[in-house]
Ligand binder design. Structure first.
Ligand code: HEM
Length: 154
C-alpha cells in the first residue's frame, strides 16, 4: 500500500507539472494576445485543478500510511531536528497544500470572471504562484531539503 501510493504520488507529480505548465502557457498567451477564453481553455482550467486535487488526496493518504510520518508524529521532539523527516512531516505537506489551495482559488475565481482577459489573467497569476511553490518543494534528486528519484517502479 505504502509503496504503491509513493510510486503513484511520484508519478502524479509529472501530471501536475505538465497540466500546470500547459495551462499557464494558454493563460499568458490568451491574456497578452487578447484571445477568446475557449471551451478548451475552460476544460484545461478544470482538469488542472482536478489533477492537483488527486495529488492532494494521494498525498494525504501517504501521510496516513507513511512510516516516516509515523516516526515524525510519534517522536516529534527528536524527529523535528532531522531535516528530511521534518521536510515531509511539515514543510512539504503544508506548502503543497497551500499550492493546491492557490490552484483551487485561481480556477474558481477565473470561472466567475466576466471577461475573457480577466479569466486568463486570474488563472495566470494564481497558477504561477502555485507552480513556484511546487517547483521549490518537490523533493528533486538535487533538492537541498530531501532527495528523491524522478520516478519510482510500482
Ligand atoms: C502538488 C502537490 C504535490 C506534489 C507535486 C508532491 C510531490 C511529491 C514527490 C515527488 C514526493 C517524493 C516521492 C518519492 O519518494 O518518490 C513526495 C513525497 C511525499 N509527499 Fe508529496 N507532493 C504534493 C503534495 C503533497 C501533500 C498535499 C501531502 C500531504 C498532505 C504530501 C505528502 C507527501 C509525503 C508524506 C511524502 C513522503 C512520504 C515518505 O517518504 O514516506 N504531498 N511528494
Amino acid at each position: 500500500m505504502y509503496n504503491t501510493l509513493l510510486a503513484l504520488h511520484s508519478l502524479t507529480r509529472w501530471l501536475v507539472l505538465i497540466s500546470l505548465l500547459y495551462a499557464l502557457y494558454r493563460a499568458y498567451r490568451g491574456w497578452f494576445r487578447k484571445l477568446p477564453f475557449s471551451r478548451f481553455d475552460n476544460t484545461l482550467r478544470h482538469t488542472t485543478a482536478t489533477i492537483a486535487h488527486v495529488q492532494l488526496v494521494i498525498g494525504i493518504g501517504l501521510y496516513v500510511v507513511s512510516p516516516l510520518i509515523a516516526y515524525f508524529l510519534s517522536q516529534y521532539k527528536d524527529a523535528v531536528h532531522q531535516r528530511e523527516v521534518r521536510f515531509f512531516g511539515m514543510e512539504h505537506s503544508v506548502t503543497m497544500l497551500l499550492a493546491v489551495v492557490f490552484i483551487t482559488i485561481g480556477s474558481a475565481k477565473a470561472k466567475r470572471k466576466q471577461t475573457d482577459p480577466e479569466k486568463f489573467k486570474t488563472m495566470a497569476i494564481w497558477f504561477t504562484l502555485a507552480l513556484l511553490i511546487i517547483l521549490l518543494v518537490i523533493p528533486w534528486p538535487f533538492s537541498p531539503f530531501a532527495s528523491r528519484p524522478y520516478m519510482r517502479h510500482f
